[in-house]
Design a protein around this ligand. Structure first.
Ligand code: B4P
Length: 191
């Protein structure tokens, strides 16, 4: 790939710490951080058409339909041509993974690393409930974990078979996780 920008995908359950570590990576590696969760929360706040379509899904802990996710993402992915990018919370379904591969192909890019941040459900639930965002009630958080296991977890095997997967333990304090994440990213991006 020569000097082409790198694409890093952060995969993990809700509460695994993808957002937390994505922000740290942005600061540490001068890498663009695109969080689909953040994009949707902003879209809901300003009540854009995508936000109006996504609102009920976010509230109930369902995945936003693939078509809406892809429409929203398209305008943000223009950056991908020029800088290294960390995708946080995308892809979350097999269809999204295929759409991402097609998009990267158009830009002559490919995924450098899929980092699976894993934690036990009990830890994820505790973190989410402690955070207390509107979609962090115990019922919604449990449902989001269920959706994760059904729709997103199969991507781990998909990326493992593609030789792109690295597993990182997301338990412990934020700094300890950051250091494990950095070890893997540093190697993948040859920093
Ligand atoms: P996201 O915004 O992606 O939310 P998340 O999975 O809950 O968060 P994350 O894993 O990033 O946890 P965080 O670091 O914040 O998605 C929200 C919703 O958006 C989804 O349910 C879905 O409806 C929709 N959506 C998003 N992307 C989509 C897509 N591609 N397709 C369809 N729908 C989509 O950490 C959680 C808490 O733990 C924080 O309070 C943090 O401070 C704490 N924490 C983190 N690391 C810690 C550590 N090491 N120790 C202690 N606490 C820690």
């Amino acid at each position: 790939m020569g000097d082409r920008p790198h694409v890093v995908v952060l995969l993990g359950a809700p509460g695994a710490g993808k957002g937390t570590q994505g922000m740290r990576l942005r600061a540490r590696a001068q890498i663009a951080h695109i969080s689909t969760g953040d994009l949707f929360r902003d879209a809901v706040r300003i009540q854009s058409p995508a936000g109006q379509r996504a609102e009920a899904y976010l509230k109930s802990g369902q995945l936003v339909p693939d078509q809406v996710v892809l429409q929203l993402l398209e305008e943000y992915l223009v950056d991908i041509e020029t800088v290294d990018v960390c995708l946080d919370g995308f892809p979350r379904t097999y269809q999204q993974a295929i759409a991402l591969e097609e998009l990267l192909f158009q830009f002559n890019l490919s995924i450098a690393l899929v980092l699976h941040l894993y934690v036990a459900d009990s830890i994820a639930l505790e973190r989410l409930v402690d955070r207390g965002r509107p979609d962090d009630t115990i019922e919604t958080a449990r449902h989001r974990l269920k959706v994760y296991h059904a729709a997103t977890e199969p991507l781990i095997k998909h990326y493992d078979e593609a030789g792109l997967l690295s597993e990182v333990d997301g338990s412990g304090d934020v700094e300890a996780v950051e250091s494990r994440v950095w070890d893997v990213v540093e190697r993948a991006l040859c920093r």
